[in-house]
Design a protein around this ligand. Structure first.
Ligand code: DAH
Length: 339
């Protein structure tokens, strides 16, 4: 036992005498290394009387723990000393500005998408995703747009294969059909995402932009339900109630189809945003065409639904007063840093 105490006090003295990381490491090796003092103590145990072994093992382990603790403590103290020395030394100027950390932020489209996802999930909608490279079947055919339909002309399509079976989706509406195939009615869903059109770009046209599709399928769904949902959407976006009006609009996958306008949230008597009309075009929508329900595997005699196609890019532009859609995906940090 006295041996152990002696070993420990010597070790402590050496630790205290170490003034550098290197000499401290040497003490560590000497006592705790593979062939160090502690290892020697442990190796000697089998040579002892059986009755002494237990106490010897315990003692050796206590020495090990104590030395380790002393070394750690000293290491921390040395690090602190080194830091103080550095701070008080020559050439250290605490008044120099630090390195600036550039902070990123979420893209305005991401911000608005998340806000709307929150709003819709609070109303019981699920958020769905669909492929950006889509089958012609989902992008057109199952949406009641057969291959000879003139509506295809208004959605100039990027084709991904010579046969034209695969397209870059021209709208988020194909997710409607995928949703109907996957979910049991009744259900409500939104599907935000990128869409693509073969377009000459200008301030209001971009080949890649964002939409958010909405689809509700249930019993006896009417235009009243559609208007109610859209008014809630407006309250979520603009923070207050806005009057809406419906104009007839034609889309092959809804019947009847509408263009929904809302009272301009920015003025009362007409401004540049509403082009002096006091109305802004909000979104196209309608009651889901029976053919589309059928294509999605849903019986139109039993179920009905409404759908809408919110132009996310347009909404973001409206919200932040952005006058050129090309800013959105242009990747210019001077633009993005404003959000
Ligand atoms: N998918 C259409 C487009 O991009 C927009 C649209 C119209 C979506 C009517 C709908 C709808 O869900 O009901 O041109």
């Amino acid at each position: 036992m006295t041996d152990l105490e002696q070993i420990l006090s010597e070790a402590r003295a050496k630790v205290a005498a170490a003034t550098q990381a290197e000499s401290l490491r040497a003490v560590d090796r000497e006592y705790l290394g593979k062939e160090g003092v502690v290892a020697g103590l442990l190796a000697a145990i089998p040579t002892l009387e059986p009755s002494e072994r237990r106490a010897a093992g315990q003692g050796a382990n206590e020495v090990k723990t104590a030395v380790l603790e002393a070394i750690e403590e000293r290491k921390a103290a040395l690090a602190q000393e080194a830091l103080s020395a550095q701070l008080s030394g020559e050439g250290f100027d605490p008044t120099l500005p630090g390195a600036v950390q550039r902070r990123g932020s979420l893209h305005p489209i991401t911000q608005v998408t998340r806000e709307l996802e929150d709003l819709f999930t609070s109303m019981g909608y699920s958020v769905l995703d669909g492929p950006e490279v889509e089958l012609d079947h989902y992008n057109f055919e199952a949406l009641n747009i057969p291959s000879d339909h003139p509506a295809r002309d208004s959605q100039d399509t990027f084709f991904c294969d010579p046969e034209g079976h695969l397209v870059m989706r021209t709208h988020t509406s194909p997710v409607q059909v995928r949703a109907m195939e996957q979910l049991e009615p009744p259900f409500r869903a939104v599907a935000p995402g990128k869409v693509f059109r073969q377009e000459t770009t200008d301030a209001s046209h971009e080949h890649t932009f964002h939409q958010m599709e909405g689809l509700v399928v249930g019993k006896d769904i009417s235009v009243g339900h559609l208007i109610g949902a859209m008014k809630t959407l407006l309250r979520g976006i603009f923070g207050r109630d806005l009057d809406v009006r419906l104009r007839p609009g034609y889309f092959p996958f809804v019947e009847p189809g509408f263009e929904l306008d809302a009272r301009c949230p920015f003025c009362e008597k007409g401004c540049s945003v509403c082009k002096r009309t006091t109305w802004i075009e909000l979104l196209p929508c309608g009651l889901v065409h029976p053919n589309v329900l059928r294509m999605g595997g849903i019986d139109p005699d039993e179920w009905s639904g409404f759908a809408f196609g919110l132009g996310l890019s347009r909404l973001v532009m409206l919200r932040y007063g952005i006058d050129d859609v090309r800013h959105l995906l242009g990747g210019d940090l001077r633009f993005l840093e404003q959000f």
